[in-house]
Design a protein around this ligand. Structure first.
Ligand SMILES: [Cu+2]
Length: 166
């Protein structure tokens, strides 16, 4: 009885811990225009897959936009007031260069580095059509040994405790 109770509690804890670790927090990184009016601020950004890159400015003396060199994102026509965001998907790791069209020649350039991170469970299911089976396998294999080893260790501990106290 004690052993069963102990095991159940451990299972619950393990489950909770797993869910906690799998939860992915995404962030929004804001790029504005600096006081010179001809530079992005910051001009280099590093973020994780799933994060949003947001270009925000208002009341600018000059109109600006933000265009990724390969068209990955494009805020449209240059504006004095802008609020434009781009979400980097879970298969978008890499470096992207962007520029302001009217001021590219004077160095209004930037780059964003997107780091590869594990997609959250919901997203993996939603994106399963886009993902190769290799990637899905890799994701599954990352978790199963952790779960199995943890379970074995904790079950052994529970059994050992039960032996002492029963
Ligand atoms: Cu500009």
């Amino acid at each position: 009885m004690r052993r069963l109770l102990c095991f159940t509690i451990i299972l619950c804890l393990l489950q909770g811990n797993l869910e906690f670790e799998m939860e992915q927090e995404t962030e929004t990184h804001v790029v504005t225009v600096d006081s010179t009016n001809l530079r992005f601020n910051p001009s280099t950004v590093t973020l994780n897959e799933g994060d949003t890159l947001r270009f925000v400015w208002g009341g600018q003396a000059l109109p600006h936009n933000s265009v990724e060199e390969n068209g990955v994102f494009d805020s449209g026509d240059p504006e004095r007031d802008l609020d434009f965001g781009h979400v980097f998907d879970y298969d978008s790791a890499g470096t992207y260069n962007f520029f302001c069209e009217p001021h590219e020649s004077v160095g209004m350039l930037g780059s964003v580095t997107v780091l590869d991170v594990e997609a959250p469970m919901d997203d993996q299911q939603n994106n399963s059509a886009n993902m190769s089976s290799g990637q899905s396998m890799e994701a599954a294999m990352n978790w199963e040994p952790v779960y199995a080893v943890g379970l074995i260790v904790l079950f052994s501990a529970a059994t050992w405790r039960a032996r002492i106290y029963d």
